[in-house]
Ligand binder design. Sequence first.
Ligand code: BGC
Length: 383
Amino acid sequence: MNVKQAVLAGMLAAGLGLAGCDVITSIQKGGAVERLFGTTSDGQAVKLFTLKNKSGAELQVINFGAIVLSLKVPDRNGQLADVTLGCDQLSDYESKTPYFGAVVGRYGNRIAKGQFMLEGQTYTLATNNGPNALHGGLKGFDKVVWQAQAVQASDGPAVEFSYLSKDGEEGYPGSLAVKMVYTLTDKNEFKIQYTATTDKPTVVNITHHSYFNLAGAGEGDILGHEMMINADRFTPVDATLIPTGELKPVQGTPMDFTKPMAIGARVNQDNEQLKFGGGYDHNWVINQQQAGELTAAVRVVEPKSGRVLEVLTTEPGVQFYCGNFLDGTLTGKGGKVYKHRYGFCLEPQHFPDTPNHTNFPSCVLQPGQTYTQTTIYRFSTVK
Ligand code: BGC
């Protein structure tokens, strides 16, 4: 529905005392409150959902790009802070932000030269990142309005999203029907469950792109955060951040996060991989017992606040990007300026450029199969 219809429906719903219709003013459903957030430049109404769990944490999401607007979690003294970077205006999300808080797809990360072959046919994508395709194209999953509704899951308030990516959209074959459930569990987890089905063979690599700062968004850089990645190998890249195809041991390199290490401890070392990324912007190969098994992949501790973020995922890889391209030109929520490395992303996914690497776990989805992914961002504290 467009805005006019939305407002009318809202007035009607309010007038008739209806709850649960596609709304507008403000509706309470389980632990979620829904209201109108804004209107896209092409006139589509965008809804904002505010979820509160039993432990006092709060998650705000919109159905444009299924974007996380804010995520408030306690520090070791119970003080809440918003730990995700973002903006106040919908128009900023439409044109300015580097995927703050968004879902990324159909194929997250890079595809070399915007080309891949599938079942004997070559597909060409827009090259929007130097010579390569990045994050699903010019209008990826982060730039579309998703169908969305609040629901009450058994473990906390939730929002269900769905989107039909049409055959040929952004150059990808097959109509892909995507569903996601975002739950703010009562254990202070932000859980994302994805499924997708297709009517033609296609490639799928969906991920989540929140930028975290556990000291609070805009409260300095993230270099003092201590990180551990459950990965003995990573996928080294060329100068355009396309994997060479090798799965290289992290041991003896600045990529070794098998023991907790400050993000900033080695980020500026004289190392070819770090130079290519302008810092960390690489994919780690998660140590999984079994493909598709939910695995503890990353643990991050912010020593001052005591906040801890753990990432669990069923995906084989995780892209760790430490905000190298943030440069102080973007003003975020509440007027705070996001400078170099003020946030980091942990993007569970298949490896970059998988469609061009037969030795990587496949990202091909066939008709009749269902793509599934579960990723959990779990928050807690240490003394
Ligand atoms: C990529 C970075 C990119 C960032 C924002 C990350 O997933 O790996 O290279 O700059 O997204 O676009």
